[in-house]
Design a protein around this ligand. Structure first.
Ligand code: GLA
Length: 366
């Protein structure tokens, strides 16, 4: 190699790199967090109250806007997601994780494709909203307006419903979009208002994975949503009814489902007030009651989750514990004194911090 060849090749490399950027556009990067719900499960789909927080486990999508397909590679998945911009039914897309990408594409209908990578620290399929984080991050890199928090969350929810066929509520996507550092979020899922509630410094939130895959969660979730609709046909909107109103419902199963929703809405209100008043013992008591209600009235717990929540609740320094999310497996959440669950086992666990919501960086020259 001659002396002169080296600087000459460098210049050619530089030019090729500049041309590549010009051809494919600037790098775009979006980050969307997972969420854990402190209290208020199976209330969002009837427009009730929830108290989740965005967590410091997140999904990042990086790449360039180009072409007429969305092509994403993930270190966690053997096969890439390759989704044409005119994709039809997202449930027919393969591999399964690409359905969430397809759901976003079908909702957003961007005019330009995307090529890039996905990486995540959210445990996949454990009930910490890994799919909501993916949907929100993909929507942002494809050009969804990150400033319109509600529209972005609603788009993500519709994408999730399209991809999974599950008639989910808005909690997961709204928590991922509207997250606030150091705060849980009191969300009214009918009015779509988000009120941040500070998490005191002297408590910790720990998520523990039951290790149980969320079996049958789709069809059982839809069945619960239908039962809530039956209850509303008798006593009107559940979000407006007070605990006790469910006695007017004859069907014992539907009555129990309604009792859960009515009492859970009341518990969310109480827990948010107790959190704001720095009364973690009161929050913990509400969490324990929430678990019992999800187990007995809403019937979405499992023996494994019940045992785990019982062990967590009995551990020194724990104010309260419950299953979190849809149930049928997945994770439990505990509120505790700092360090109380540092040596928890044998299940995997994460100490999570309430974190800022999704954000997008770029377009900036990569
Ligand atoms: C899942 C759904 C949410 C919510 C929870 C249960 O996470 O996606 O909308 O209904 O279950 O509270």
């Amino acid at each position: 190699m001659s002396d002169r060849a080296v600087p000459g090749d460098d210049r050619a490399d530089d030019r090729r790199a500049r041309e590549a950027v010009a051809a494919t556009g600037p790098t775009v990067r979006a980050m969307a967090p997972g969420r854990v719900n402190l209290i208020g499960d199976h209330t969002d789909h009837t427009g009730g109250l929830v108290l989740p927080m965005a967590i410091d486990l997140a999904t990042t999508v990086t790449g360039v806007r180009t072409g007429n397909r969305v092509v994403l590679r993930s270190a966690d998945e053997p096969e890439p997601a390759v989704v044409p911009l005119d994709v039809g039914d997202p449930t027919r897309v393969s591999p399964p994780w690409a359905r969430y990408v397809a759901g976003v594409v079908a909702e957003l209908r961007p005019t330009e494709g995307f090529e890039g990578t996905v990486s995540t620290t959210v445990p996949i399929g454990a009930g910490l909203s890994s799919s909501a984080a993916l949907e929100v991050a993909v929507a942002l890199v494809l050009g969804a307006d990150g400033a319109d928090v509600l529209a972005l969350a609603q788009l993500g929810r519709r994408a999730e419903q399209r991809a999974s066929g599950v008639p989910c509520g808005i909690m997961d996507q709204l928590a991922s979009v509207a997250g606030r550092d150091g705060h849980a979020l009191l969300i009214d899922c009918h009015a779509l208002t988000v009120a941040p509630v500070a998490l005191p410094d002297d408590v910790e939130v720990v998520v523990v994975d039951s290790g149980e895959a969320r079996a049958l969660s789709g069809s059982a979730y839809a069945e619960r949503v239908a039962q809530c609709a039956l209850a509303e046909a008798v006593i009107g909107p559940l979000r407006l009814a007070a605990p006790g109103a469910e006695v007017a419902i004859d069907d014992t199963v539907v009555r129990a489902r309604a009792r859960h929703v009515l009492t859970e809405n009341a518990r969310v209100r109480l827990a948010a007030e107790a959190l704001a008043a720095r009364d973690p013992a009161m929050v913990g008591a509400a969490m324990a009651q929430s678990h019992a209600s999800l187990r007995d009235d809403f019937a979405v717990s499992t023996a494994v989750l019940d045992t785990l929540v019982g062990r967590l609740g009995a551990a020194p320094g724990v104010y309260g514990a419950r299953l979190t999310g849809a149930g049928f497996g997945g994770c439990a959440v505990a509120l505790c004194t700092p360090g109380a669950l540092d040596r928890w086992g044998p299940e995997r666990s994460w100490r999570v911090r309430p974190s800022p919501g999704a954000r997008v960086e770029g377009p900036a020259r990569g």
